[in-house]
Design a protein. Structure first.
Length: 128
């Protein structure tokens, strides 16, 4: 009866749980005039919209879509079709200039896995 129990225990001892790398933070600024390139924007009479590509952490882009005083942001490398990733808030909103990138480092490879980015959002009903 001990033998059937010993085999799974021995196999479990050989298996190692995946170990997470070191987690750290890096901070970048988002300055539309300095860190961004406008790659599409409204022609005169088409409204107030623009699409910008901004520099983020070590070559990871921050894509900003601005339309009617609302912003949608995408962090990292986008899918080929960006039309499906527009998300914003109902109220007028804007992003703060400071981004915190959460980074996992394994050996010499540092990969961002999350971004903490404050937003200012107006209340659409005008309540406080």
């Amino acid at each position: 009866m001990r033998r059937p129990l010993m085999i799974p225990l021995a196999l479990a001892g050989l298996c190692q749980a995946a170990q997470a790398g070191d987690i750290s933070s890096a901070y970048t600024d988002l300055d539309w005039k300095k860190d961004c390139v406008t790659y599409a924007q409204a022609e005169e009479g088409e409204g107030d919209w623009a699409s910008l590509a901004c520099s983020g952490y070590r070559g990871y882009p921050v894509l900003v879509s601005h339309d009617d005083a609302r912003e949608s942001l995408f962090y990292g490398f986008p899918p080929s079709d960006m039309t499906t990733v527009w998300e914003s808030f109902i109220g007028l909103n804007s992003a703060a200039p400071k981004l915190e990138w959460r980074i996992e480092t394994n050996d010499d490879l540092a990969i961002p896995f999350a971004v903490i980015h404050r937003r200012s959002i107006s209340n659409p009903e005008g309540e406080h």
